[in-house]
Design a protein around this ligand. Structure first.
Ligand SMILES: O=C(O)CCC(=O)C(=O)O
Length: 260
C-alpha cells in the first residue's frame, strides 16, 4: 500500500493570535507546508508557469509578467491545499463558520523581474462585502528584501476601505491601484519557503522588485471570504468561489466548482 504523504501541517490559532490579528491585521504561520508538500506544489506550479509564461518583459503588464490566475485548476496539490488545507480552518477562525475560496493565483517575481508593486489593499481590487476577507500568501521560496518580499504597515487595516477612482479603461486593463502610504511605517515580511503570511483585506501592502540575480520569489496567493460575500462593484452579485466550509445562502456558490 502507498504510504500517505503529508503535504501540510494543521494549524489552530490561539486566542492571542486572533487578538493580534485584530490589532495588527496580520501574522505569519511558519512551516505550514511540509517539505514534500512544498516540493509537490512547486513542481506542479512550475509546470503551469512554464507552459504559459515567458521571461520578464518590462513593457508587459503586472498581470502578464507576474500572475497566473486560477492555479487550482491546473495543480491538484494547490487545489487540495486551497480547498482542504489548514488555511480553511484559519479563515474560519477569523471570518466565521461559512467560508469560500475567493481567488487563487501565482504571484511570481522571477529573478530579473524588477517591477515594484505599489501600496494597495486587496479589497481595492474587487471590493468584497462583508469586509473580512483574508489574503494568504504562501512562500514557495525563501523571501527577503533582496528578492522582492512583501512589505506591510501593521495596523493599517484600521483605516477601512480606501476609495480609489478608476476609469472604465483602467478597470478593463486591470491597471494597478496605488494608494498613498508612509514607507517609514512599513516592515518587511521575510519568510522561509513553506511559511504563509495572512492578512486582512484592508491591510496596506506593497513589494519591491526582485533584484537578486540568482533567486526567484515565488508566492502562492489564496484568498478566502465569507461564503455569502458579494462583489460591491458588480451590483452586489455573490463572488463565485468554491464553498470550502459551512453553508451559503447562494445556490450559485453552493454549486460552484463543487465537482472539481
Ligand atoms: O507579488 C507581489 O509582490 C505583490 C502581490 C500583492 O500584493 C497582491 O497580489 O496583492
Amino acid at each position: 500500500m502507498k504510504k500517505h504523504v503529508q503535504y501540510f501541517n494543521d494549524v489552530q490559532l490561539s486566542k492571542d493570535e486572533i487578538a493580534q490579528f485584530s490589532k495588527q491585521g496580520f501574522f505569519i504561520l511558519r512551516n505550514i507546508l511540509t517539505t514534500p508538500g512544498l516540493q509537490q506544489i512547486r513542481e506542479e506550479c512550475m509546470q503551469a508557469w512554464d507552459a504559459e509564461k515567458q521571461a520578464f518583459d518590462p513593457s508587459k503588464s503586472w498581470l502578464q509578467n507576474s500572475l497566473l490566475v486560477n492555479i487550482h485548476h491546473q495543480s491538484p496539490a494547490v487545489r487540495n491545499y486551497y480547498f482542504e488545507g489548514p488555511l480553511v480552518e484559519v479563515a474560519s477562525q477569523i471570518i466565521g463558520p461559512n467560508i469560500k475560496g475567493a481567488t487563487s493565483q501565482l504571484t511570481f517575481k522571477m529573478r530579473g523581474n524588477t517591477k515594484p508593486f505599489g501600496w494597495h489593499q486587496d479589497n481595492g481590487y474587487g471590493e468584497l462585502d462583508p469586509y473580512n476577507a483574508l489574503t494568504t500568501l504562501t512562500a514557495l521560496d525563501d523571501t527577503d528584501r533582496g528578492n522582492g518580499c512583501l512589505w506591510l504597515i501593521p495596523g493599517s487595516h484600521k483605516q477601512g476601505q480606501i476609495k480609489v477612482h478608476q476609469t472604465e479603461t483602467q478597470k478593463i486593463n486591470q491597471s494597478e491601484i496605488i494608494v498613498e502610504a508612509d514607507d517609514n511605517l512599513a516592515i518587511p515580511m521575510e519568510m522561509k519557503a513553506g511559511d504563509a503570511l495572512i492578512f486582512n483585506c484592508w491591510m496596506l501592502h506593497k513589494s519591491d522588485g526582485n533584484y537578486a540575480t540568482d533567486r526567484d520569489r515565488r508566492i502562492l496567493f489564496l484568498r478566502y471570504a465569507d461564503a455569502d460575500a458579494v462583489e460591491a462593484y458588480n451590483s452586489r452579485k455573490p463572488r463565485l468561489g468554491r464553498l470550502v466550509k459551512g453553508v451559503s445562502i447562494f445556490e450559485d456558490v453552493r454549486k460552484f466548482e463543487s465537482d472539481i
